[in-house]
Design a protein around this ligand. Structure first.
Ligand code: PEP
Ligand code: MN
Length: 347
C-alpha cells in the first residue's frame, strides 16, 4: 500500500500518518521528492481495508493506492525517483556509467595491485575481485578467503578505489561485510533466500546478479527479498543467461536493461565478461550496454590472462581495458542528456 501526501502537507501531518502506520504494525518507507511525499507500507497489506480507510481519513492525505503488482519495493510506483547508490564521491545511478573492474579472483598481492593500479589509471572507480569463488568444479581454485579480502582492502588503501567482492554463504556474512564496500551476490545464489534476507538487514549496498536461468520477474522478486528487510541499496547485474549456443559462455540479455529500467528504479550494471565468456566480445557488448542505458559495467581484467587461475579467456589485459574505457566514454558523451532520467514515461 502506498500513501501519497498532499503537496501542502507539513511535517506534523506526516508524523501523524507515520504514527498510524506504526500503530497498525507496518514499517513505513518514506520517499520525499521535490513535489510529492510518498510513504510505502512494508508488510502484508492484503485485505487491510480498514487501514486504508483510516489513512484516507487524514485531510493531509491525497490518496492511498493498493499496490497489486509484485514489485512492491523495486517498482517505480513505490519510489518514483531513480535509486542512486552513493559510496562517498562515487554515485551509481546518476546517469554517468560507473565501471567496476579487476580480476575474477584475487590470486596474490602482485596480481591484484598491478590490476588495481591499471584499472584506476584507466578510469574505473570500483575494484572487483573474488576472495570466495563459486567454481563449477570443486577441484578448481576456490579463492584465497580472508587473505583475499585483506588484499582487496590494501588495494583500496593504495588506490582509493572502492571494492566489490562476492559473498557466497551466511557463514562469511560479517567477515565480507566488514571488508567490502559492495557485497556481490552471484548468479548461483540469486535465489538463496535466507542469504538475501540476511543482507537485507545490513546497511551496505548489495549487487544482485541475475541467476543463469532466471526470468526478470524472478530477479526483481529476489531483490524484493533484500529490500523488504530494510536494505534499499540494491544494484542489479545482468550477467547473461543460459540459451542454446556454444560459441559464447552465456547469452548476454541486453534487452533486460531497458526492461528493468521500465519496471524498476534500481540501477542496472552489465557484466559483459561472464555474459560472453570471450574477451574479444567484451568491448563491443560493453559499448552496447552503455547505449541501452546501463548504469555501469563490471569487467574482468587480468595482467596475464593466460596464467589466470579463473576466467582467463574472458579477461581483458590492462591495455585493452583502457581502450574499453575510452570507447564507452565516447558512447556516454554521444548520449548527452538523454541519460539520467530514464524512468518509463521519460524515455
Ligand atoms: C564473478 O563475478 O566472478 C562470478 C562468479 O559471476 P556470476 O555469479 O555471474 O557467475
Ligand atoms: Mn569470473
Amino acid at each position: 500500500m502506498i500513501v501519497v501526501m498532499k503537496s501542502k502537507s507539513n511535517e506534523e501531518d506526516l508524523n501523524e500518518v507515520l504514527d498510524l502506520i506504526e500503530e497498525e504494525g507496518f514499517e513505513a518507507h518514506l520517499s520525499q521528492g521535490v513535489e510529492t511525499t510518498i510513504i510505502g507500507l512494508i508488510g502484508d497489506t492484503a485485505g487491510k481495508e480498514q487501514v486504508k480507510s483510516r489513512l484516507q481519513a487524514f485531510s493531509s492525505v491525497e490518496k492511498v493506492i493498493a499496490v497489486l503488482d509484485p514489485f512492491k519495493l523495486t517498482g517505480w510506483k513505490f519510489k518514483p525517483e531513480k535509486t542512486v547508490i552513493k559510496l562517498d564521491e562515487v554515485e551509481i545511478g546518476n546517469g554517468k556509467p560507473v565501471v567496476m573492474a579487476g580480476p575474477c579472483a584475487v590470486e596474490n598481492e602482485e596480481q591484484l595491485m598491478t590490476t588495481a593500479k591499471a584499472v584506476k589509471e584507466a578510469g574505473a572507480e570500483i575494484l572487483r575481485g573474488g576472495a570466495f569463488k563459486p567454481r563449477t568444479s570443486p577441484y578448481s581454485f576456490q579463492g584465497l578467503g580472508e587473505e583475499g579480502l585483506k588484499l582487496l582492502a590494501q588495494a583500496r588503501e593504495e588506490t582509493g578505489l572502492k571494492i566489490i567482492t562476492e559473498l557466497m554463504d551466511l557463514e562469511h556474512l560479517e567477515l565480507v561485510a566488514e571488508y567490502t564496500d559492495i557485497i556481490q551476490i552471484g548468479a548461483r545464489n540469486m535465489q538463496n533466500y535466507p542469504l538475501l534476507s540476511a543482507i537485507g538487514k545490513l546497511d551496505k549496498p548489495a549487487m544482485l546478479k541475475r541467476g543463469m536461468s532466471a526470468t526478470i520477474r524472478e530477479w526483481l522478486l529476489a531483490a524484493e527479498y533484500i529490500m523488504c528487510e530494510g536494505n534499499q541499496q540494491v544494484l542489479l547485474c545482468e550477467r547473461g543467461i543460459r540459451t542454446f549456443g556454444e560459441e559464447t559462455r552465456n547469452t548476454l540479455d541486453l534487452s533486460s536493461v531497458p526492461m528493468v529500467n521500465e519496471l524498476s528504479h534500481l540501477p542496472v550494471i552489465v557484466d559483459p565478461s561472464h555474459g560472453t565468456g570471450r574477451w574479444e566480445l567484451v568491448n563491443p557488448m560493453a559499448r552496447a550496454a552503455v547505449a541501452v542505458g546501463a548504469d555501469g559495467l563490471i569487467v574482468e581484467v587480468h595482467p596475464n590472462p593466460k596464467e589466470a587461475l579463473s576466467d582467463g579467456p574472458q579477461s581483458l589485459k590492462p591495455k585493452k581495458f583502457a581502450q574499453l574505457m575510452a570507447d564507452i566514454n565516447t558512447i556516454t558523451d554521444s548520449l548527452g542528456n538523454s541519460k539520467g532520467s530514464r524512468w518509463p514515461s521519460a524515455i
